[in-house]
Write a protein that binds this ligand. Structure first.
Ligand code: ATR
Length: 276
């Protein structure tokens, strides 16, 4: 909390907008990053409900020392329409999780779930290009990760989701953008893939079922999570027991924090900084 004493009139301000907000860890992680770099920047949590999002975002345009904000549940889709421009990734995924506010108050949105996941894998020496990948989930995070994996050049992508229609729709959208990539609808059987990714929310709660049939995992497979809390989910425990290499959700969070800091930087040199 010592850094709070250093906040002054020249400190650049960032926000995270969510509902509920009490559980967010991002301000602490982001403020640690700012402090480690000696940046005069601070992030604060804003608790905003869905009906107030438009009014709040309109007001944020006028705050001249606000450089940007992170957007999370339940606003990732609604914020897209409130931005003046969005990245190609955000357009494809249909969601935004970070917004840069330029000097004139204009807002530019991006989605970094996919880039953060890829950076986290690569930071641990896992290169998905050429791999066959099994992805459980077809929600917001899954969409971003699926597009990022396809863009990274996976040889095959198999998607399985409880609600199959959502997986089918995602496969159609992916196939339109990446016609050369083999993209298939899967079952709960992850066999035959180099990399197995859980991008559902299963594993967050202690009584959750497993997202896939872990008895069919083989030791040559890498099993990855996007859940950070708990760090070792029941899926990762089971994957370890089956002899697989595991990749937890923490690298994705840490890489995404750095990518978000860069995405909200108004200084072009900082935006282009090689963070990973
Ligand atoms: P996020 O933005 O975190 O990705 P989301 O868009 O609500 O959240 O997506 C949650 C994902 O977890 C979905 O793939 C969801 O499956 P459905 O599309 O069938 O809802 C999956 N999921 C959540 N609870 C689940 C459960 N009990 N069993 C199976 N899948 C579940």
């Amino acid at each position: 909390m010592d850094d709070i004493k250093k906040i002054s009139g020249s400190t650049r301000v960032y926000a995270i907008i969510a509902d509920p907000i009490h559980h967010v860890q991002t301000p602490s992680a982001m403020n640690q990053l700012f402090a480690a770099r000696g940046d005069d920047r601070v992030m604060v949590p804003f608790h905003v409900n869905e009906s107030e999002l438009g009014a709040v975002v309109a007001g944020l345009r006028g705050i001249k020392n606000l450089d940007g904000f992170i957007v999370t549940v339940p606003h990732k889709t609604a914020i897209l329409e409130l931005c003046d421009s969005v990245s190609d990734s955000a357009k494809l995924v249909g969601a935004v999780n970070v917004v840069r506010r330029d000097e004139d108050g204009s807002l530019h949105g991006d989605i970094l779930d996919g880039a953060g996941f890829l950076a986290g894998l690569r930071q641990r020496g896992i290169e998905p290009a050429g791999m066959s990948v099994y992805l459980a989930g077809a929600g917001g995070a899954a969409k971003a990760i699926a597009f990022a994996l396809a863009a990274a050049g996976v040889s095959k992508l198999t998607i399985f989701n409880r609600t199959a229609s959502k997986a089918v729709e995602l496969i159609q959208r992916l196939s339109a953008v990446f016609p050369a990539t083999e993209i298939l609808l899967g079952s709960d059987d992850p066999a035959g893939h180099d990399l197995v990714v859980n991008s559902t929310s299963l594993g967050l709660r202690v009584d959750d079922i497993l997202p896939l049939d872990v008895t069919l995992l083989t030791p040559s497979q890498i099993v990855a999570e996007i859940i950070m809390q708990p760090a070792i989910t029941p899926l990762l425990v089971a994957a370890t027991q089956m002899g697989c290499r595991i990749h937890d959700g923490m690298p994705m969070l840490l890489c995404q924090i750095e990518l978000m800091a860069a995405a909200m930087a108004t200084n072009k040199n900082e935006q282009n900084h090689e963070y990973i």
